[in-house]
Write a protein that binds this ligand. Sequence first.
Ligand SMILES: O=C1O[C@H](COP(=O)(O)O)[C@@H](O)[C@H](O)[C@H]1O
Length: 252
Amino acid sequence: MSTAPRVVVHRDKELMAQAAAARLITRIVDAQATRGEASVVLTGGRNGNGLLAALAAAPARDAVDWSRLDLWWGDERFLPEGDPDRNVTQAREALLDAVPLDPKRVHAMPASDGPHGPDADAAAAAYAEELAAAGDPVPAFDVLMLGVGPDTHVASLFPGLPAVRETERTVVGVQDAPKPPPTRITLTLPAIRAAREVWLLAAGEDKAEAAATALSGTDGPRVPAALATGRTHTLWLLDRAAASKLPGPSGV
Ligand SMILES: O=C1O[C@H](COP(=O)(O)O)[C@@H](O)[C@H](O)[C@H]1O
């Protein structure tokens, strides 16, 4: 099936978050109705957290069987457990603490004071093993979400860094990231591309250039967002500001 990206533009970032949350609820409920469970990969960043907060506020959230949902992360800032800048800490605040998840199905990436200590590569290898135990080499994620950075980074795949070129490992440690903190853990493109659906989220004027570049057909390791595709669907969810540099008419 084609993975040519589809673009949906919403009026503003609040509406985008609400619409994406509604879409995610539907996708999870459908997967649970079909297979009995669902598997979602969360993203950090402003748009990912905005979506989770919108989901927490949505009455339809009760349609989800939270106990039969596996949550994974696309990347993590390699910081101590509970650090407010960790993506999992922010996700807990936005949504996870408010819904009855099965803790065994919440697969946070390791922290820098965890069992692997400050070795991001060892922590990444451990997360790769956890993924492989759920499906070889990674589970068939129903939805994998990615916030898009102004430099076109997704997860912690920053333009030009070696992680973008990884073709074998599913999770790697990242050093010298241009956005703090410099040490991170990230899914690689082979893991991302194993997802059924990949959703790229971008809101705000500072994302307009990145969205236009990634959707222009330019790819290669300098434009990680253009390389993030799903097996059945690749969906860009934008607000009007982020879509303002796309060619042709856009907007809803
Ligand atoms: O640091 C990160 O940044 C990106 C994008 O974040 P945003 O705030 O510019 O939307 C995010 O997707 C990633 O998970 C996170 O670690």
